[in-house]
Design a protein around this ligand. Sequence first.
Ligand code: HAM
Length: 428
Amino acid sequence: MSQSFKKVHAITGMKDILPDTSHEWLALESLMQQWLAAYGYRNIRTPVLEHTRLFARGIGEVTDIVEKEMYSFTDVLNNDRLTMRPEFTAGIVRAAIEHNMLYDRPHRLYTQGPVFRHERPQRGRYRQFHQISVEALGMPGPDIDAEHILMLARLWKMLGLDDIRLELNCLGQSAERAAHRQALIAYLEKHVDILDEDARRRMYTNPLRVLDTKNPALQTMANEAPALEQFLGDESRAHFQGVRDRLDEAGIAYKLNPRLVRGLDYYNLTVFEWITDRLGAQGTVCGGGRYDDLFALLGGKPAPATGFAIGLERLLDLWAQARPIAHPAECQVYLIHQGDAAQRVAMQVAEQLRDNDLRVIVHAGSTGFKSQFRRADASGAKAAVIIGPDELTAGTASVKWLRADAASAQQQQAIELADLATYLKTKV
Ligand code: HAM
């Protein structure tokens, strides 16, 4: 007796990508491969699971991600604290340090895959989502920050997306931020009476984030707070100007946003986000910037680095709005058969066709000709190849063209099995 089993559902915020939409992912991924290759970026793949302390240290203890969004657990077999990666950058830097990758050359790298954050799910915000993360390790100049932005502008163009806007900011160096932070804390202390609970909780741990408040009552206070810009030294200014000059030369428009602080603590100098109004509340398609302190923070030799990540669900949503992404045909040739002997021959014939680079489905399941033809038609195949009892005896196959645009004939045509591949290849 089978026991009753309560049906299992996917975990909230974690989506199945079914075959009806997976072709959109494949189309996007293949276009992105071309895009990355055009700039010479090479693939790196790091584990989904890392030690929790990598992210706590790398992303920052007082960030939303580390404070409340990580899928962390204790590995009961050895008591290790592990976390499912909430992003790629910390893992890639860990790998670069571990394998001493920067000892003789810099690297342009990319990776792609699922990342995990325990956020409140809504459109464009999931608990398992996908990023493509691009990282340039070992390159200090503003040229590489600009390269990333140019690259992204090209991607939007390749995808036919024209309403993603760029916001840019310079976070300076840690000493400059420390001086600003002191001034900011002093300012917040002066206004402590009007601060909400969230702001009070953060004013000593992450005062910059206080300025990010959504509370309307705090906007004036936030607007009049001391700006980081006033604390930037010559080198930081020159770096940022170097990025801006290159963007101007490339004709890339941007808005300076002094409030842009990003949700991860590892950034310095350039930070940026690409934002659209077409996705509702979750309009940030891409975010990134420079993170020159992360190597040292994670115990490596100091090394400059910069990068960005695109949220692929959001990008795909935008792309699908811009133009429908056609469903590719499941195959070129759909093989229909009747009877056990014909099925066996069909299987062999299909292998021969595949030897000739044709994409072939051999019907399986229901046996009626009518339902087989229906499946053949739905598959998007250009030709149905039929092997029934008559064809079996004659050593032939009948070919029926299924699409109006396919090679002429409405009629079925009998072709010798030996000639079938050549015949089909010239016409599908
Ligand atoms: P991030 O801004 O945390 O940056 O994430 C990058 C992108 O991932 C966002 O702009 C957004 O499109 C997407 N995203 C974030 N959270 C979610 C979510 N819950 N559901 C769907 N999409 C989401 C980083 O992760 C950095 N590692 C980027 C970077 C790389 N900086 C330097 N190198």
